[in-house]
Design a protein around this ligand. Sequence first.
Ligand code: BTN
Length: 225
Amino acid sequence: MNIIRFQKINSTQEYAKLNINSIVPPAIIIAKEQENGKGRHGRRFYSPEGGLYFTFIIEWNNPYLSMLVPLSITEALDEIGIYTEILWPNDILFNGKKIAGILIENIGEKNLIGIGINCNNRISDFPEGIKDSLTTIYEIKKENINTEELCVLIVEKLLTISNYGDIKNMFLKRMKGKGENAKIKMDDGTIIEGQIQGISDTGGLIIKKNGKTTEIKSIEKLIII
Ligand code: BTN
C-alpha cells in the first residue's frame, strides 16, 4: 500500500484531489493535523493536532461503500474497547457525541474516502461552539493511541467486510435512532420530519411520514428529536 504521510496538511482530501492523476491506488494520505479539514456539505471539519485524518484512494465499484465505511470504523474502534453507533448516513457517535466523520467523494472511477477521527486530542482543543457535541479517544480512554495503526486497521476492515448479505443487518444493529422521530434537512434546504424505520438494501434512509414510507438517498443534516 502506498502511504503518503504528513505531520500537518491543509486537507488530505484536497491533496488527494489535486494529485489524483499521479497517485496510484490503493493509496493512503495521512496526517496528524489539518489546517482546513473539509466536512460534508462544505462544512469545516476541525482537525487539531493528535487526530487521525486520512483519505483512502481506491478504485472500487462497490454499491455498499456508504455502509461499509462507517461499519469499518465502528469495528476498528471496537477493538480498542470503544463501542460506537452510526448516525445515518455516516457520523460515528460515542454516547451521542461525534467521534468521527466521513466524506466520500468520487473522481471518475476512483473513490476518495476521507475519514477524520478525534484521537489523541482533547475536547478543549476544539472551538467553543462544537465542544459539547464531540468527544475524542483520549477523553474516553485517558491514553494515547497509535493513529497510523488505527488507520491501517480501518482499511483492513473496509476491504474484508465483504459478506454483502450481512452488511445491511450489521449497519442496522449500529444505527442510532431506529423507531425515533427525526428532523431532516434535505440537500435543497427543506426540512421534513418523520420516524426512522431503517435503511434500504443500498443504504438509503427509510422514514415514515404521514403513514407513508419514503427512501431518502442524501441529506444535509439529521437530528433525532
Ligand atoms: C463530516 O463529518 O462532515 C466529514 C468529515 C470528514 C473529515 C475527513 S478528515 C480526512 C479527510 N480530509 C478532509 O479534509 N476531510 C476528510
